[in-house]
Ligand binder design. Structure first.
Ligand code: NDP
Length: 453
């Protein structure tokens, strides 16, 4: 098991002590500190001025009440969060998550990862994350709108195109961004397009932003496969989730000649040995907002097409060459990893944030499976958000091809920078170490230049 270097262990202990009851945040910090031992061995100056301790402490954390009225006229209360983690590289940047599981520890883990991810893109964006324990599932458009308006009525005072620029995440798509942008515009009396990304195409959104995280992970995973002299062509691929990231991962993998045979939601998973019918999946998830079992209901069971209810099996039981977990944190365990390896998996690209447990990552790496960590592999979403900000700032609009071509270059650069950094620090092929160290160095340098702030 990777260990934290003796010089860094007290930092981790202090993080655990000061952030009690936030296991996901501890897990994210631990993973980065495990990599940094190699850096401080070469560059002990990074231990000065509590630089690493400062990176682990958010610059600002905002927690607020979100009251709203449901369709029956009852008042509901949710809790809103925004953790502004690091502005060393630029305005805070990171999505908003609406899901009942959201708490401050989850937002902090996501915000912490976002610092290094954003630095890896090479674009001038700091790290942040936010959200609410609001559950949009089963809520009417009117309820979602009233919630979003109330949420923004507090959050707007902390945002700005040079201050903090949120985007979507789980439970926050184009509909929610539209309601929040509308309320921001109304409250501030400013058409500040660059204050939110993931906007609709008719009011300042960027072509290819919706597709960017899934496409980006596919480009990254393709680059990993190519280091082993292979590609997606003819590979069996399993993608968990069926939201924004999963759908556009499936689209790009299919374009690259891979066959996606399974995907999921929180109610279970589907297998379609003929290859997932993407148009049908989009109709069910994006248009009808229905459960994944509807896919099999429409397609008909048999001929290798079936649905497995949540709790009665795991999507990682399905044999595949490439696994792309794209639902949520800690969804792929050590046992799942062992089963995937036994069934022949050769590469794993994390579309979600921290979907593999530390044990799963170790198991993959020990077996020589190429493993792309989320903070590198799923950085295409935030990178394209930064491209959306560029278009807003210059009052310009790029074509889909222009934007996707920038995305493809960014993802290959991220891959190469993780790969060469891992080699330079004595861990060839270890993308976790490569991503953590390359991201850290990019953030540490401006922090030192700014002095103790
Ligand atoms: P969506 O809300 O569009 O989709 C999430 C999908 O994951 C749904 O199919 C959902 O199923 C499933 N899911 C969510 N929580 C759980 C759970 N606890 N157990 C099982 N399934 C679950 O979100 P995104 O696709 O945007 O995000 C997916 C992941 O990718 C997240 O980890 C997010 O942080 C990460 N990510 C997203 C980016 C983006 O640009 N959107 C950028 C970078 C990372 P159900 O509908 O049943 O809840």
């Amino acid at each position: 098991m990777p260990q934290i270097d003796d010089k860094l262990a007290p930092i981790y202990e202090e993080v655990v002590r000061r952030n009690a009851g936030e296991p996901e945040f501890h897990q994210a910090v631990r993973e980065v500190l495990e990599s940094l031992g190699r850096v401080v061995a070469k560059r002990p100056d990074y231990l000065e001025d509590a630089l690493i301790e400062r990176i682990c402490e958010p610059e600002r954390q905002i927690i607020f009440r979100v009251p709203w009225t449901d369709d029956k006229g009852r008042v509901q209360i949710n809790r809103g969060f925004r953790v502004q983690f690091s502005s060393a590289m630029g305005p805070y940047k990171g999505g908003l998550r609406f899901h009942p599981s959201v708490n401050v520890g989850i937002i902090k883990f996501l915000g912490f990862e976002q610092i290094f991810k954003n630095a890896l893109t090479g674009l001038p964006i700091g790290g942040g994350k936010g959200g609410s324990d609001f559950d949009p599932k089963g809520r009417s458009d009117g309820e979602v709108m009233r919630f979003c308006q109330s949420f923004m009525t507090e959050l707007y005072r902390h945002l700005g195109e040079y201050t903090d620029v949120p985007a979507g995440d789980i439970g926050v798509g184009a509909r929610e961004i539209g309601y929040m942008f509308g309320q921001y515009k109304r409250l501030t009396n400013r058409y500040e397009a660059g204050v939110l990304t993931g906007k609709g195409l008719f009011y300042g959104g960027s072509l290819a932003r919706k597709e960017a995280t899934g496409y980006g992970n596919t480009y990254f995973t393709q680059a990993m496969l190519r280091t082993g002299g292979t590609d997606f062509d003819g590979k069996r691929v399993v993608v968990s989730g069926s939201g924004n990231v999963a759908i556009y991962t499936i689209e790009k993998v299919q374009e690259f000649g891979g066959k996606v045979i399974a995907c999921s939601d929180s109610s279970g998973y589907i297998v379609d040995e003929a290859g997932i019918d993407l148009e049908l999946l989009k109709e069910i998830k994006e248009v009808r907002r229905a459960r994944i079992s509807q896919y099999i209901r429409v397609k008909g069971e048999g001929n290798g097409a079936y649905f497995v209810k949540s709790g009665e099996g795991s999507i990682w039981d399905v044999a595949c060459d490439v696994a792309m977990p794209s639902a949520t944190q800690n969804e792929l365990t050590g046992k799942d990893a062992t089963r995937l390896i036994r069934n022949g998996v050769i590469a794993v690209g994390e579309g979600a944030n921290m979907p593999c447990t530390p044990e799963a990552i170790r198991t993959f790496q020990q077996a020589g499976v190429k493993f792309g960590p989320g903070k590198a592999a799923n950085a295409g979403g935030v990178a394209t958000s930064a491209l959306e900000m560029q278009q807003n700032a210059s009052r310009d609009r790029w074509t889909f091809e222009q934007t996707e071509s920038r995305l493809a270059t960014i993802m290959r650069d991220i891959h190469d920078s993780c790969y060469t950094t891992a080699e330079e620090f004595g861990a060839p092929g270890d993308y976790v170490i490569g991503a953590n160290i390359a991201g850290f160095i990019r953030v540490a340098e401006p922090m030192r230049a700014f002095g103790v702030i």
